[in-house]
Design a protein around this ligand. Structure first.
Ligand SMILES: NC(=O)c1ccc[n+]([C@@H]2O[C@H](COP(=O)([O-])OP(=O)(O)OC[C@H]3O[C@@H](n4cnc5c(N)ncnc54)[C@H](O)[C@@H]3O)[C@@H](O)[C@H]2O)c1
Length: 390
């Protein structure tokens, strides 16, 4: 039974594992962190100390909080100490076979009541659990990057998960100050599925030559109110990560054209133009590089924004239609997981469902591609003159 006094295990001390350990330790749990790479473990420990020092300097935490976080985390070179954990969160490399092997090993070490969670972004929880003797104890607990700052956590029960475990983990992680939503075990869960059109429709508009990247980014920020434009955001996430998530979701949906990746992004990845981290992505990050100018034409901007928005709303509606999550959780996930200015179902109601249908029908008629098919739930709402949120 997981409680606020449980010992938490974190496996993988990279970007995500280190952040998750810090969050759990700050909530006063004893946390044990393991990584198969000793260098990564050492790095995580020294980075944690440096991060906490900065937080004290900025007066975000007190010295006593800093000390208690450091004391709460034990960096371990072996998995043996994980026998005292009541919840283990795995944040290792995104590879099904490697994760399955680890989960199989963990069952021989941990107690019979310990829950095993994966932080996977795109793999099926059910398939990770399939190798376990007790798949009922396995679930997804998906934090967002950086885990210390992003409020959202998706909780994902697999097919075989005991129905009591998701609510118990939700209560626990809420107590860590996070915002939790429950998602069905489907590709991309909520955020990594519903957000796909933000990137893919922007890429499509760019590839068709309707607008350049600077203009598309400007339209989404200026007219849409998004904090970052799609190209800036893809460059920040890194094309190695963003492209791979798109491709994984597309493949897992049996190559549904709605999720088809874009060649222009694949080429960047092939060239090693990974975005900000490599100094070149859609934009150049070289010193003194001149940023391209946006064409600030309100009509063009509105066309771009409306096309991307209705595609996002369509995916949010379809996720609701297919039972991926509740309407409230879908809207919460997009505002707390990727900082959208408004939940997409709320946006559909405010924008007008008839308006959304009209825009999607125009895209569908013009392109005659399955990519632009309209969610049956949107059609139902339109026919019944109904709303999503009121
Ligand atoms: N980075 C993100 O934006 C993000 C966001 C949400 C979820 N995730 C998911 O979190 C997980 C970790 O991602 P990350 O970005 O922290 O990766 P990372 O590469 O920063 O860290 C992974 C760590 O796991 C260790 N590792 C690999 N195999 C191991 C094993 N068998 N046993 C123990 N340790 C092992 C590596 O040494 C490495 O230190 C992945 O499943 C990823 O999909 C990542």
């Amino acid at each position: 039974m997981v409680t606020q006094h449980s010992v938490i295990g974190v496996i993988g001390s990279g970007a995500m594992g280190s952040g998750i350990a810090q969050v759990a330790a700050r909530a006063n749990h004893k946390v044990i962190v393991y990584d198969s790479n000793e260098e990564a473990l050492k790095r995580s420990e020294s980075q944690l100390k440096a991060t906490l020092l900065k937080l004290v300097e900025k007066q975000k935490i007190t010295v006593s909080e800093q000390n208690s976080i450091v004391t709460n985390i034990q960096f371990s070179k072996s998995l043996a100490s994980f026998s005292e954990c009541e919840l283990i969160i795995e944040a290792i490399v995104e590879n099904l076979e490697v994760k399955q092997k680890l989960f199989g090993e963990l069952e021989n070490i941990c107690s019979s009541t310990c829950l095993l969670a994966s932080n996977t972004s795109s793999l099926s929880i059910t398939s990770i659990a399939a190798v376990c003797k007790f798949p009922a104890r396995v679930l997804g607990i998906h934090f967002f990057n950086p885990a210390t700052l992003m409020p959202l956590v998706e909780i994902i029960p697999g097919i075989a998960t005991d129905p009591a475990h998701a609510p118990a983990c939700k209560t626990l992680i809420d107590s860590w100050g996070k915002v939790t939503v429950v998602a069905k075990d489907t590709p991309g869960f909520i955020v990594n599925r519903v957000a796909r059109p933000f990137y893919s429709e922007a890429l499509r508009i760019y590839e068709e030559g309707i607008a350049d990247i600077a203009t598309i980014d400007w339209a989404m920020k200026e007219i849409g109110g998004f904090k970052m434009g799609p190209f800036e955001l893809m460059d920040m996430i890194g094309h190695d990560v963003n492209y791979v998530v798109t491709e994984t979701v597309w493949k897992q949906f049996y190559y549904d054209p709605k999720f088809k990746p874009a060649l222009s992004q694949k080429r960047l990845l092939e060239a090693g133009f990974l975005g900000k981290k490599s100094g070149q992505g859609f934009y150049s990050y070289a010193e003194g590089a001149k940023l391209p100018e946006a064409t600030k034409d309100p009509h063009l901007g509105n066309t771009i924004f409306t096309r991307i928005l209705v595609m996002l709303i369509n995916e949010a509606a379809d996720s609701l239609y297919l039972g991926v999550a509740s309407a409230a959780d879908i809207d919460l996930a997009m505002t707390k997981g990727v900082n959208y200015p408004k939940g997409l179902l709320q946006w559909a109601d405010d924008f007008g469902i008839s308006h959304v249908i009209r825009e999607l029908t125009a895209l569908n008629d013009f392109y005659a591609e399955d990519r632009y098919r309209i969610s049956p739930l949107l059609k139902q709402k339109f026919i019944n003159n109904a709303h999503f949120t009121r």
